[in-house]
Design a protein around this ligand. Structure first.
Ligand SMILES: Cc1ncc(COP(=O)(O)O)c(C=O)c1O
Length: 396
C-alpha cells in the first residue's frame, strides 16, 4: 500500500534549521526560526504561565475529557480578548467559539466548516502569506486564490492592487486577512485601510476570515484586534482564528480558538453544533493543559495583569530590535534605506535582498534566514547585532 509514497523534500525552514545546527562557527546567528527569543536566545516560559500551571496541577483531580468545544472559561476569555467584552456580537449571542489545537488546528477546523457550509467558496489569501495557510486550507477542500498584498520593491502594502483584486470577489467568497503582525512581511493594514476593506466586504458580500496569531505583539492587545473588532461590528458573518502560541508563549501546548460571528443567535447555535461536529471528525477532543493555562490567566486579575506586562516586554523587545537593526545598518553606511523595518510589526520582515545574498550571508557569514530574506527580529540581540549588520552590509 505505501510503496507508492515517495519521500518528500524536507520543509525549507526545517532544512535551514538543520544547516544551522550543523554549523560549528561560533559567530553563527539564526534569524530563521519562527519563535520569540530573549536576549540570551532562549524562548522562555512566562512567569504568569508557570504560576497558572502550578495552580492547575494542584487543583486537578481528573484527566477525563473536557468536551469537544474545549475549556469554556478559555473560550469565553478568548471571545472577550478578541472582540472586547462588550462587543455587540457578544451581546447579541452571535459568536460561537471552540478551542482548537493551536492556530493551525483552528485554521483547519474553520476551513472545513467553510467548505461544509459552501463547498464552492473561493478563499483569497494575501501574496505572500504564512506558507502553511495553503496546505491547511487546501486539505479542507477549499479553492484558494491569491490577492496582491506586499510590494517588495517599495516595502509597503499595495493597497490599490489588493482592493482592485478583491473587487472581483462576490457573495459567498472569503478573504483571509492577517489580523496584525503579518507573517512573513510585517506590513499591517492601517485603521483606515481596515475600514475600506470592511466596506468592500460588505458591498461585495465577502466574508472576512481573520487569522490573529500575534495579538499583543504589535501595539497592544486592544489595538491589535482593531481590524477583527471592526469587521465583527460591520459585517454579519466573520471568522476569527486565534493562536496563543506567541502571545502566551504556549507553542508546544497547542492552544488556539475559532470564533464564528453569525448574522443572528439562531444561526450562531447551528454554527456551534457544526464547529463541534467538524472537530469531532478530525481530532475529537482538543488538548487541555495549554487552554486551561490561558483560560486561568485571562480570568484571574493578578495573572492577567502579569501577562499584560510580560507580553509588553516581548513586544517592546521586538520593536526595540527593529529600531536597533535599522540604526546599526545606517551607521555602517548601508547603501540602502532599511528604515521600513522599524515601521513594520511583529517578529518578521523581509530584508529585501537577493537569494544569492541570502546564501552568501549563510555560507560566508553564518547568518541564517529564509531564502525569501525573511528574518525573525527576535533572533537579534545586543551581542550579535553589530555582526549581523556588518554581514548584511558586506553582501550588499
Ligand atoms: C500567520 C500565522 N497563523 C497561524 C499560525 C499558527 O500557529 P500555531 O499553530 O503554532 O498556533 C502561525 C504560526 O506561526 C502564523 O504565523
Amino acid at each position: 500500500m505505501f510503496e507508492k509514497l515517495e519521500s518528500l523534500a524536507p520543509d525549507a525552514i526545517i532544512g535551514i534549521m538543520a544547516l544551522f545546527r550543523e554549523d560549528q562557527d561560533p559567530r553563527k546567528v539564526d534569524l530563521s526560526v519562527g519563535v520569540f527569543q530573549d536576549e540570551q536566545g532562549h524562548t522562555p516560559v512566562m512567569a504568569c504561565v508557570k504560576q497558572a500551571e502550578r495552580e492547575i496541577i494542584d487543583a486537578q483531580t481528573t484527566k477525563t475529557y473536557v468536551g469537544i468545544a474545549g475549556n469554556a472559561d478559555f473560550n469565553r476569555g478568548m471571545e472577550a480578548l478578541l472582540l472586547g467584552a462588550d462587543h455587540p456580537a457578544l451581546r447579541d449571542a452571535r459568536v460561537a467559539t471552540i478551542q482548537s489545537p493551536g492556530g493551525s488546528g483552528g485554521l483547519c477546523v474553520a476551513g472545513h466548516l467553510i467548505h461544509r457550509a459552501a463547498p464552492d467558496t473561493r478563499v483569497c489569501l494575501s501574496n505572500p502569506s504564512w506558507p502553511n495557510h495553503l496546505p491547511l486550507l487546501r486539505l479542507a477542500g477549499l479553492k484558494l486564490e491569491l490577492y496582491p498584498y506586499y510590494d517588495p520593491a517599495k516595502h509597503v502594502i499595495d493597497f490599490g492592487a489588493m482592493t482592485a483584486c478583491l473587487e472581483n470577489l462576490g457573495h459567498g467568497d472569503v478573504v483571509l486577512i492577517h489580523g496584525c503582525c503579518h507573517n512573513p512581511c510585517g506590513a499591517d493594514l492601517s485603521p483606515d485601510q481596515w475600514r475600506q476593506l470592511a466596506e468592500l466586504c460588505e458591498r461585495r458580500g465577502v466574508t472576512p476570515f481573520i487569522d490573529l496569531a500575534y495579538q499583543g505583539l504589535s501595539e497592544d492587545l486592544d489595538a491589535d484586534a482593531y481590524g477583527a473588532r471592526l469587521m465583527a461590528e460591520l459585517l454579519p458573518e466573520v471568522v476569527i482564528v486565534a493562536s496563543c502560541s506567541k502571545n502566551f508563549g504556549l507553542y508546544r501546548e497547542r492552544v488556539g480558538s475559532v470564533s464564528v460571528i453569525s448574522s443572528n443567535a439562531e444561526r450562531s447555535r447551528a454554527v456551534a453544533t457544526n464547529l463541534a461536529n467538524v472537530a469531532r471528525g478530525i481530532y475529537s477532543m482538543p488538548p487541555d493543559h495549554g487552554a486551561a493555562i490561558a483560560g486561568r490567566v485571562l480570568h484571574s486579575p493578578e495573572l492577567r495583569a502579569q501577562w499584560v506586562e510580560e507580553l509588553a516586554g516581548v513586544r517592546n523587545r521586538i520593536n526595540g530590535l527593529r529600531g536597533l537593526l535599522v540604526a546599526k545598518l545606517a551607521e555602517r553606511g548601508a547603501p540602502r534605506d532599511f528604515s521600513f523595518i522599524a515601521n513594520e510589526r511583529g517578529m518578521f520582515s523581509f530584508l529585501g535582498i537577493s537569494k544569492e545574498q541570502v546564501v552568501r550571508l549563510r555560507e560566508e557569514f553564518h547568518v541564517y534566514m529564509l531564502e525569501s530574506s525573511r528574518i525573525n527580529l527576535a533572533g537579534i540581540n545586543n551581542a550579535n547585532v553589530d555582526y549581523v549588520a556588518d554581514s548584511i552590509v558586506a553582501v550588499l
